[in-house]
Design a protein around this ligand. Sequence first.
Ligand code: GLY
Length: 573
Amino acid sequence: MQTLKRLSAGVLAGTLLLSPLAIAQQAILEGERFHPQESAYGMVSTSHFLASEISRDVLAKGGNAVDAAVTAGFALAVTQPRSGNIGGGGFMLISDESSGEVIAIDYRETAPDSATETMFQDEDGNAVTERSRYTHLAAGVPGTVAGLALALEEYGTMSLADALAPAIRLAEDGFAVPLRFVKGLDDARERFEPWDTSMATFFKQDGSSYAVGDVFRQPALAATLKRIAEHGASEFYEGETARLIVAEMDKHGGLMTMEDLASYEPVLREPSHGTYRGYDVYAMSPPSSGGAHIVQMLNILEEYPIGEMGFGAADTMHVMAEAMKRAYADRSEFLGDTDFVDVPLAGITSKQYADELRDQITMDQATPSDTIKAGNPTAYESNETTHFSIADNNGLAVSNTYTINFSYGSGIVVEGAGFLLNNEMDDFSAKPGVPNAYGLIGGEANKVEPGKRMLSSMTPTIVKKDGSNFLVTGSPGGSRIITTTLQVLMNVIDHDMNIQSAVSAPRMHHQWLPDEIRVESGFSPDTLKLLEQRGHVISLEPAMGAAQSIVIDNDVFYGGADPRRSTSSAIGL
Ligand code: GLY
């Protein structure tokens, strides 16, 4: 798969004894434009170099991939407040080669107990998107602290306090802010302005912006993290932090109560599983739609000679768009929280159902989305987010995606607690048939219900080859998460790209409605013209996703940092 000229693992092992941190290096790839990081001992790929360094240090000190992942998760809550979080939720996949087990931790937010099906509709039954996005009603009960603590307790080796220590230090001492950080806050200023605490957290006392290189400190967040370190995860759900969240809700008309927080539970789930050209693909099961639909699209695409057709070829992009449309049509109809609704998962992920959908695809003509309806998978039933990937050299790999939904979530910082509230309630269907912020249509299966988890697209994914961890990937990007992850996987398996090339390559996306192929810059205009001739509408869009990824091949770890977010945050051990 990887055509590398590299030092042998044996030589590297000798070096490790002398200096564990000295051997991570960029792979020497003959004739290739992009180069992954390379190591024989483990790899971390997050979207922020400080979090990656901290996480790599955990591996260097003998911690496992779960220790490193939880530490990174808390560090990102400090260094990347736009998406790293303790006020949101997410999903973590853990693959343990020695037991053969792949488990999924669902720490998605839940709707508060007094949430109702029509809470985001006006008296005429029209969806009120402002309410589900920028108010205290937008917040689901956060799952991150409970989810990361559960991961550590079940699969890690270090204490929660130790995992929190670097994040506390970063929040207390601060860090110098780069341009992206400053620009992100400036772009979101309007969202923060109605909330004094948000302004005081993210801007200087006189309301002016931080400049590049200024040190940014978060004392209230540091205090919250310290309380959690001292009293455990339950502090967030039943202690002072819970009281601060509820006070914030009471002051501004939110729904969340002490009981909602105290009853929050992360859940261990079976991941969605499929196969693609002999590889085993594990990805997040509901309440994410990601796993079901990545498997569904791969099943449709498996019968096409994608590698021969070529990356970025009109034929390849055509069949990918056709597969994407059909998957997203099904998503709108069938997907929701399986604790509340029956989802025909076995049907959606079956090879037979994929055959049926593939039969509808013709090579010379796009199928208009308005003629595509959700299929009948039940016939086959048998029974601004951030992503990081971490792998250690004891066969443990972690793929984690977590979010507060939009960049900076609802824009509302909890007074006295220093963290942003998510606006994940917008991922429910405010009204069946009305699109959410990502243009995704939801159905009855994803209506608001008390205690229910809103449907997600987050797709942390681990691909295994002959029983060994092979590819660890996933991405932020709202509705584009599933197709971004799909393309990283296809770039590696079908197009034989190294992992840095695979994450850097231009991306496309189709989500059934709107009926258009969104493309990043970088595809050939001739190709796009050929697609238009087949009836596709092409829309040039800003960069999609940020797929921090790892490939493990022949006992060597290759890290790919997605240049859309960072070029230096894949770090080997
Ligand atoms: N909030 C985006 C998602 O979970 O899909």
